[in-house]
Design a protein around this ligand. Structure first.
Ligand SMILES: Cc1cc2nc3c(=O)[nH]c(=O)nc-3n(C[C@H](O)[C@H](O)[C@H](O)COP(=O)(O)OP(=O)(O)OC[C@H]3O[C@@H](n4cnc5c(N)ncnc54)[C@H](O)[C@@H]3O)c2cc1C
Length: 395
């Protein structure tokens, strides 16, 4: 049975679609938490640039920060498909929260998937259920799309590594409790990079003031300076020189998180616009009565549904242990472009009211733009899709 919520008809049902009872309950819990706790202060906190740290602590206690990870380490043991549907709920209420959960999950990925047993046992439980917040440090001022050109260097000193350099655009930069950091330990290029897990309070690690952005103001994004940050070799994740494949594997999963957030944001914008068109009267009738309005709302809803389907299909591949790199890139590309289109058209459907900061539509539009940029721009997604498919085509 389809549930009707504040998010309207574009919101997915919690019951069918092959979800277990447990997953259905989880989705219901996430939706209730999002509606009652996340959404009400969103507009005010975004305007003031406030990050909802207490909300993240509460989500940690509810297990919402650990859903796709093994229960052995405090995770929720949920399929990726279920995790993405929860993310959609969180992002529909506030993108800062949905994306924050996605980035935290990205930051846990390297250790969970590539750490050895003792590393996982030592750090993963606190990262997953200890009310900690993670950050993921790949980008640098001169290494964005070309991540393999990164210059932050880690130099071996006895049993330690000493890290020096600058990371750029780090979500949760300066407030995270731990960072997954990619640093150069060897030759130039993709094979000279290694992954490390760095505590947020490591001596020598400082954050610049948060970037001033066009949206997502509640989510701090900052440069991080590593000035001789010393960490033991036990905090090296995976083999020396294997950091880039580790970083890219995390991004495959992370891109699906961004896609799910885009679906949530688009859904919130659609609902806002649809409700407005039902209320607003011109020429003696609700503007929703005009065929031009109806056709546009129908097209936008179709984009949202198609995006969700693509995203969840990629998640099912991941859950089945099948390769999903191309499908994750397709989902990221399609869903974030759809979110951009839906939010632009939502403002248009609301006329001058859509452009006013008294309604959330203009904020949704400003927030949508970043989703086309983070975790690989949509140009880079096209490169990934073509590379993967042509590899397959070549046999
Ligand atoms: C709010 C925010 C949060 C972020 N959070 C994080 C984070 O937590 N961790 C992290 O590591 N990074 C983070 N990033 C960085 C993000 O991943 C990068 O901004 C992104 O990868 C693009 O890099 P760049 O900004 O250096 O742009 P550039 O790589 O300089 O690209 C500029 C333009 O050139 C295009 N371009 C580049 N190369 C090609 C090509 N080969 N073919 C066609 N077009 C190309 C791009 O698509 C883009 O349009 C964040 C960014 C933002 C804005």
């Amino acid at each position: 049975m389809a549930t009707t919520t504040r998010n309207g008809p574009a919101g997915p049902p919690t019951g069918p679609l092959g979800l277990t009872d447990e997953a259905g309950e989880l989705l219901g819990l996430a939706r209730e938490f999002a509606t009652k706790e996340i959404q009400p202060p969103a507009a005010e906190q975004e305007a003031a640039g406030v990050f909802p740290r207490a909300t993240f602590a509460a989500m940690s206690r509810l297990g919402l920060l650990a859903l796709p990870y093994p229960s052995e380490y405090g995770g929720g043991d949920q399929p990726y498909e279920v995790y993405l549907r929860v993310l959609e709920e969180l992002a529909a209420a506030r993108l800062t929260v949905g994306m924050g959960v996605s980035v935290h999950s990205l930051a846990c990925h390297a250790l969970a998937r590539f750490g050895d047993t003792s590393q996982r046992a030592e750090w993963l439980p606190a990262m997953l259920e200890g009310e900690l917040l993670g950050g993921y440090c790949l980008s640098e001022p001169t290494a964005g799309s070309d991540a393999a050109s990164l210059r932050t260097r880690a130099v071996r000193d006895g049993d330690d590594w000493v890290i020096t350099g600058t990371k750029a655009w780090i979500t949760h930069g300066g407030i995270a409790d731990f960072y997954t950091v990619l640093a150069r330990t060897g030759e130039d290029g993709p094979k000279g990079i290694t992954a490390f897990l760095v505590p947020g309070d490591a001596p020598g690690l400082t954050a610049a003031p948060p970037e001033r952005k066009m949206g997502l103001s509640g989510s701090p994004t900052a440069q991080l300076h590593f000035d001789g940050v010393r960490i033991p070799d036990t905090r090296r994740i995976g083999e020396l020189g294997r950091g880039l494949p580790i970083a890219l594997a995390a991004l495959d999963a992370g891109r699906l998180g961004i896609a799910a957030c885009a679906v949530g944001l688009a859904r919130a914008a659609w609902q806002e616009a649809a409700a407005f068109t039902a209320r607003r009267r011109q020429f003696g009738r609700p503007i929703a009565d005009f065929q031009g309005t109806k056709f546009l709302l129908a097209e936008l809803a179709t984009q949202i549904e198609a995006g969700r389907a693509l995203c969840l299909a990629a998640a099912r591949l991941s859950d089945a242990g099948a390769p999903f790199t191309a499908q994750a890139a397709m989902a990221k590309l399609f869903c974030t472009d759809a979110a951009m289109r839906v939010t632009v058209d939502a403002v248009q459907l609301m006329g001058g009211y859509g452009y006013s900061a008294d309604y959330p539509a203009e904020r949704y539009l400003r927030e949508a733009k970043v989703l086309q940029i983070v975790e690989g721009t949509n140009q880079i997604q096209r490169l990934v899709i073509a590379r993967e498919l042509l590899k397959d085509a070549a046999g």
